[in-house]
Write a protein that binds this ligand. Sequence first.
Ligand code: CO
Length: 448
Amino acid sequence: MNKQPLKIVETVLRDGHQSLAATRMRISDMLPMLEKLDAAGFYALEAWGGATFDACLRFLDEDPWERLRTLKKHLPKTPIQMLLRGQNVLGYNHYADDIVTEFVKRSVDNGVSIIRIFDALNDTRNLECAMRAAKEAGAHVQGCIVYTISPYHQDSDFVKLGQELVEIGADSICIKDMAGLLRPYTAEKLVRSLKAAIDLPIDLHTHFTSGMGDMTYLKAVEAGVDIIDTALSPFAEATSQPCTESMLATLDGTDRAPQIELATLHEIADHFKKVKAALAQDFKLNTNISIDPKVLTFQIPGGMLSNLLHQMEEMGTADKYPLLLEEMPRVRAELGYPPLVTPTSQIIASMSVLNVILGRYKMIPREVKDLILGKYGRTPAPIAPEVQKLAIGDTPRIDHRPADDIPPQLEKFRQQLAEAGYPQASIEDVLSYAIFPEVALNFFKKYR
Ligand code: CO
């Protein structure tokens, strides 16, 4: 049994505000507390990647690379952790290996020490390139098991996936429960199974969305999990992580107590409480988000459900919303039970909306066809044959690694950027442009 102190990854600088404040936290909001966060004793500070890169360029007039360098300067001790979408890097499509490799290298050079890498379909072929690059760059590589519930996802499947991650070079394994679906006793069993089969640290990342997150962590801790991800109180709970301070208090005095002084966190939390209020005001955000146990039935994160309802209201089709709730699980099953995380969550949701408004599979978006063609990788279960026929006819599905079909892209993007008036662009700028071309160009027009 694990008697080591539990390690804590603090997420206030990334997932906390991505979940509760539309990823709008600015570097100026972070700066006053970085030295104190650095001294607190966290295993890592999750501070980059995910949606922060896009949000920096699109909404905050910040260069994400500059943000990373600034963070590193003020966090000399505690490792900076980032979240990477495997072959999608931080975007929504597959990129060529040269882009993935260079992006990972530059991330490490600019300050990232731990890279958490996931693939929406749990297809490890989509992780190999990023993991290899991260290893070569000297980072700690964390491979993800994206957690989901379906007839095709048993504990044994997750353990097998974990073992594959070990084989391709993971230094630790993360159970990534993005929608808060992992129940406490299920977590206990899953962690025990993984600990029995895998000799690497196991990290559990959950969200409080369904209201069970802290119980899930407690059972996982009892089962020997090595690391959990929590957020300081102002950016905790609801659709974010369970609360850092509460978890510390819970474990105080036990042999798993993390080596962090609870009292040192109050001042930091007080600061971020003000930040949250400022973000709500400056960006007109609704930060009054509550838990939503409906996610347990529909598997769609709460925020996404309210967005979809809003879209349907705008189209004058809100009366079809109850049908949508039934349609989404059906579409997910027909499309091979993908876990619902970026980008598969958006793909399943848009197909479901079209089905209830226009009739089932009357109009099929390109992304759905690509998913069926295998261009995102292997789906956990087979595609329903009648849906496959409607979407792609007799076109054969690909069974190789999707990125094998993508020729190198870096030089092409460098050239495009030169033609757009930036021949001296840094490699970081070329990468920003490669992932978010229009948004990056708008940013360069103002600041380069
Ligand atoms: Co998360």
